[in-house]
Design a protein around this ligand. Structure first.
Ligand SMILES: Cc1ncc(COP(=O)(O)O)c(C=O)c1O
Length: 493
C-alpha cells in the first residue's frame, strides 16, 4: 500500500530548507493550533494584531483557521468558528441548517487549509527545496489562490493553473501573488485540460512539484482534522438537550471538504454524509458530464481522495437554483424581501458570506432535509467555501443579461422557485452497489490517465480500515514534524 501522505525525511535537503525558512523568519502552525487558537503563542498574536487578514505575511499562516475574528485588520480569534443558521423563513424546512463560513480565511476561502496541508508535509520533510522547486497549483480557482498565497508566505515559488473562464476577480488577485499564472481552455468543469497542462510542465521543466488537490490526501486530512473539529464545536454549542446531527451536506470539487464528513461520522455514527454536484454535470449521479456555473465544484471525474464508501447520498443541484439563491441573498431588493418574510437582521448581515457554491451547499441541505423528513431537532451542517465578495462581477453580468435591475418581485420569484421550490428529485441514497459504481469511475481518471497505483485504488475499497483509518490518524504525526521543524529553525523560541 502507499505511504498515504509521504513523510519520508530527506535529511540533507531538510538542513537547507530549515536554513532558508529561518532566514525568512517563518514559524509554521500545527493543525492542533489551527483547531485551538489558545495554543498559539502570545508573541504571534501580538503580531496578528498589527496584520491585515489578507496580508502576504508569514504570520498569516496562523490565520488558517475557521475561528478568525470577522474583521479585515488586526483580528484575533473567536471562541467558535464563523457560522450562520439558515432560518425556516428562508429554507422552508424545519431542520436547522448551519453553514460555517470560509470568508474570513486569508484569500477569502478555506482552500488555504487544503493547500497548506499539501505543501507543508513536503517542506518539513525536506522533500521540497524552496530555492529550487516551484510549487504548481492546478485548480479551477480558490485552491490555486490558496496555494499561491501559502507559497508566498512560506518563501516558495509558485505556478497557478486555472481555466480561462473563471471569474475576473480570481485572475486579478492571482497575478499579484503567484510567480506565474497559466490559463487553460474552458470553464469550471474542464479539469482534464488542467491535468494536461501539468503533464506538459512535468515533461518540460525539471523543477516543478505538482500539488494535485484531487489526489493529495493532505487535503482530505486537513478537513478531517480542522474542518471536522470546527463543525463539531458548533454542533456541541448549538444542539442543546434535544438536537442531533442528522447529516453533513457538501458539494464536491476536490472532495477535500468531504473529509470533515468522515470526522463527523466517526463522532456521530448515525449521521449521514451527502455529496452535492451540479445537475448540469451529474458525474456522481449518472456518470454524466457537462458545463455548469457553480464555480469550484464538479469536474467530470471522481477525486482520488473522495472516500466513496463512507458517502451515503448524492444530491444534484440545478445551477439556476444556486445562482437564484445567490442573487436573492446578495441584492439589496432580495435582502429587503427576506426582511419582510421575517428574517432577522443578524442573518441578513451574514448573507453575503454565501458564494455560489455556498448556495448549492445550502440547497443540498434543504433537499436532504426534505428527503429524510427532518424535524426542528435535526441539525444539518455545511460550509460556505468562499463568499459573495468573489462574485461581484457575476452579479453585474446577471443584471446586464436581464437588462434591468433586481426588484422585490424578482426576489419573490427566486425565493419561491429556486429555494422553496426545490424537491427531492435528482438525488440518490447510495447502496453498496451504487457506491461501488462511483468508486469504479476513479479507475479511468487515476489509473488510466494519471498513472496512479491500481493496488492503492483497491485498498481504498477492500482494505478500507487500514487505508482511511490510517490516514485519519496521521494528523498528530504531521504536527510532530512541524514542531520539530520549528525547533530546528529556532523561530519557535
Ligand atoms: C468556491 C468553491 N466551492 C466549493 C469547492 C469544493 O471544495 P473541495 O475542493 O474541498 O471539494 C471549492 C474548491 O476549490 C471552491 O473553490
Amino acid at each position: 500500500m502507499s505511504n498515504l501522505i509521504d513523510l519520508t525525511i530527506n535529511e540533507e535537503q531538510l538542513k537547507k530548507t530549515v536554513q532558508s525558512v529561518k532566514e525568512r523568519d517563518i514559524l509554521i502552525p500545527t493543525m492542533a493550533q489551527m483547531k485551538d487558537p489558545d495554543k498559539i503563542p502570545a508573541k504571534v498574536k501580538e503580531k496578528l494584531k498589527k496584520t491585515g487578514l489578507w496580508d502576504v505575511d508569514p504570520i498569516n499562516l496562523f490565520r488558517i483557521s475557521w475561528k478568525n475574528e470577522p474583521v479585515k485588520e488586526g483580528g484575533l480569534f473567536n471562541k467558535l468558528p464563523n457560522y450562520v443558521e439558515i432560518p425556516t423563513e428562508i429554507s422552508g424546512v424545519k431542520a436547522r441548517i448551519i453553514a460555517m463560513a470560509g470568508k474570513y480565511f486569508p484569500t477569502g476561502a478555506h482552500k488555504v487549509g487544503a493547500s497548506f496541508a499539501c505543501l507543508v508535509p513536503r517542506l518539513v520533510t525536506g522533500q521540497f527545496d524552496p530555492k529550487y522547486h516551484e510549487a504548481v497549483w492546478p485548480s479551477t480557482g480558490n485552491y490555486c489562490r490558496g496555494g499561491a498565497y501559502n507559497s508566498a508566505l512560506l518563501g516558495c515559488k509558485s505556478i497557478a493553473i486555472l481555466p480561462e473562464n473563471m471569474s475576473k476577480e480570481r485572475f486579478d488577485w492571482l497575478k499579484t501573488v503567484a510567480g506565474e499564472v497559466i490559463a487553460t481552455p474552458g470553464c469550471e468543469s474542464n479539469v482534464k485540460e488542467i491535468y494536461d497542462k501539468t503533464w506538459e510542465l512535468r515533461r518540460t521543466r525539471d523543477n516543478v512539484v505538482i500539488f494535485n488537490q484531487f489526489g493529495e490526501l493532505g487535503n482530505h486530512l486537513w478537513h478531517y482534522e480542522v474542518t471536522g473539529n470546527a463543525m463539531d464545536e458548533i454542533i456541541k454549542a448549538e444542539a442543546g438537550s434535544k438536537g442531533r446531527l442528522a447529516g453533513v451536506c457538501l458539494t464536491s470539487g476536490s472532495a477535500g471538504t468531504l473529509g470533515s464528513g468522515d470526522y463527523l461520522k466517526d463522532q456521530y455514527p448515525h449521521a449521514k454524509l451527502a455529496v452535492g454536484e451540479a445537475l448540469q454535470c451529474p458525474t456522481l449521479l449518472n456518470n454524466g458530464f457537462g458545463d455548469h456555473r457553480i464555480e469550484g465544484i464538479g469536474d467530470k471525474h471522481i477525486p482520488w481522495i473522495h472516500n466513496i464508501k463512507n458517502t451515503d447520498m448524492v444530491i444534484a443541484i440545478d445551477d439556476n437554483d444556486s445562482l437564484g439563491m445567490f442573487r436573492l441573498f446578495n441584492e439589496p431588493a432580495g435582502q429587503s424581501y427576506l426582511r419582510e418574510q421575517g428574517v432577522s437582521e443578524e442573518v441578513i448581515s451574514k448573507l453575503s458570506w454565501v458564494g455560489i457554491s455556498g448556495a448549492a451547499n445550502i440547497l443540498s441541505c434543504i433537499k436532504f432535509a426534505k428527503y429524510f423528513e427532518l424535524t426542528e431537532d435535526d441539525i444539518v451542517i455545511t460550509v460556505l467555501t468562499d463568499s459573495a465578495e468573489m462574485y461581484q462581477s457575476r452579479l453585474q453580468e446577471m443584471e446586464a443579461e436581464r437588462g434591468k435591475g433586481y426588484s422585490s418581485l424578482n426576489a419573490a420569484i427566486d425565493h419561491n422557485r429556486n429555494v422553496l421550490g426545490v424537491r427531492t428529485d435528482s438525488m440518490e441514497e447510495l447502496t453498496y452497489q451504487s457506491k461501488k459504481r462511483i468508486h469504479n469511475l476513479k479507475y479511468y481518471t487515476w489509473i488510466e490517465q494519471q498513472e496512479y497505483d491500481l493496488d492503492e485504488l483497491n485498498a481504498q475499497w477492500y482494505d478500507y480500515d487500514n487505508y482511511w483509518g490510517k490516514l485519519h490518524q496521521m494528523g498528530p504525526e504531521l504536527d510532530k514534524l512541524i514542531e520539530q521543524f520549528n525547533e530546528k529553525t529556532g523561530i519557535a523560541k
